[in-house]
Design a protein around this ligand. Structure first.
Ligand code: N2P
Length: 362
């Protein structure tokens, strides 16, 4: 890592332009995943100018990270992808002496994340959530009856039910390592299995409903749900709540619910990490430490509706959010959550091939 003194000396020798050029940070984060003012506040506090790009798929991030020289200083892979990328040498070890705000983090959640990164050596939790189902309450009641209770993956995996929803629009995430295990689980199989026959069984569940799925995409569904252009989306907890909130703001009469189905769901952790070849590692550490400030993390959760792992921030999070079982699952629901399985390169290829077949309906 560069050291502060030599940087300062270089800056003095080269004049102020050098300072301006080097005092930057390149962030690559998920879309719809930060508060409106986080970056502005970071720049105010540190003088570091930020460029901020977004993605909506771990696969897209992974391609960039494994190719190297992405130019990014901060990226946010989900923990299973993080582990595979660490094994490939893609991330630097964190210098924890630069991260005093680590004391704010919840020990249990960090221990859960350490399952993918021993001692949390390379990453800290940014936000976490579940992969469940967002739905338009009125459109579902209209098609399935007032008494139909949305509490099962049957809403998206039972062909007889999904067929009745095809006209109002059903979408799924374009995330093979999340969708196929959810389908395996629905078929009564272990979602963490890497057995080819189990993957095939999950793919069969998805193929059976494929004719009724309007699209596979991992960010479009926020606006579509909010505007009533779709009625069901397999999606990420906070994103569905953002749709709910956008509909409320628009006062368009659209009511949206989010459910962690009773068969269980994936619980994932998105991790702040620094690429091994990051051009500004010191600024990256400053950003990670800044985000771990209790107020800053609370502001992000209050804006994006995702749970965080910052214990000190909890009193600052809107009680409507901390008490919502869709965002912070109840103990009973937590028992049914599963963690992501890390796929080796070969398993990953199998799943990717299957996914292409599912998406194209072949
Ligand atoms: C934010 C999506 C983040 C969740 N739009 C994906 N792990």
């Amino acid at each position: 890592m560069r050291n502060r003194i030599s940087l300062a000396v270089v800056a003095m020798l080269m004049g102020t332009t050098a300072i301006a050029q080097d005092n930057v940070l390149h962030i690559y984060n998920w879309s719809d995943y930060i508060a409106e003012d986080t970056i502005e506040k970071f720049t105010e506090a540190t003088g570091i100018e930020v460029t901020y790009d977004v993605y909506d798929s771990n696969e897209v991030l992974e391609a960039k990270i494994l190719a190297g020289r992405s130019g990014y200083d901060i990226v946010v892979p989900t923990s299973d992808f993080l582990q595979r990328q660490i094994a490939a040498g893609a991330y630097m070890e964190l210098d924890k002496s630069l991260l005093p705000n680590l004391v704010n983090m919840d020990a249990d959640l960090m221990a859960a994340a350490a399952h993918y990164d021993a001692d949390n050596a390379h990453a800290v939790i940014y936000m976490w959530g579940t992969t469940g189902i967002g739905y338009n309450t009125a459109m579902i009641a209209e098609r399935l009856g007032e008494d139909y209770e949305v509490d099962s993956w049957a809403l998206v995996f039972d062909p007889e039910i999904v067929a009745k929803l095809a006209d109002c629009g059903v979408s799924m995430l374009d995330a093979p390592s999340e969708m196929i295990p959810a389908a395996m689980n629905y078929a009564g199989l272990d979602p963490s299995s890497t057995d080819k026959a189990d993957f095939e069984a999950g793919a069969a569940v998805l193929q059976a409903v494929r004719p009724y799925i309007r699209y596979f995409h991992s960010s479009q569904y926020i606006n579509d749900l909010a505007n009533g252009d779709t009625c069901v989306a397999v999606g990420w907890s906070g994103d569905v709540f953002q749709a709910l909130y956008r509909a409320e703001e628009a006062e368009n009469g659209v009511e949206i619910g989010y459910v962690i189905p009773n068969e269980g769901a994936l619980q994932w952790f998105d991790m702040l990490a620094i690429p091994a070849d990051a051009p500004h590692p010191e600024n990256a550490h400053a950003f990670i430490n800044f985000v771990m400030d209790a107020q800053i993390t609370a502001d992000i959760t209050n804006y994006v509706w995702y749970a965080n792992a910052n214990a000190a921030s909890m009193p600052l999070v809107d009680p409507d959010i901390t008490s919502d079982p869709g965002i912070f699952p109840t103990e009973a629901a937590s028992a049914g959550l599963w963690g992501a399985t890390v796929y080796d390169a070969r398993t990953d290829r199998t799943v990717t091939r299957m996914w292409t077949r599912i998406k194209t309906g072949q």
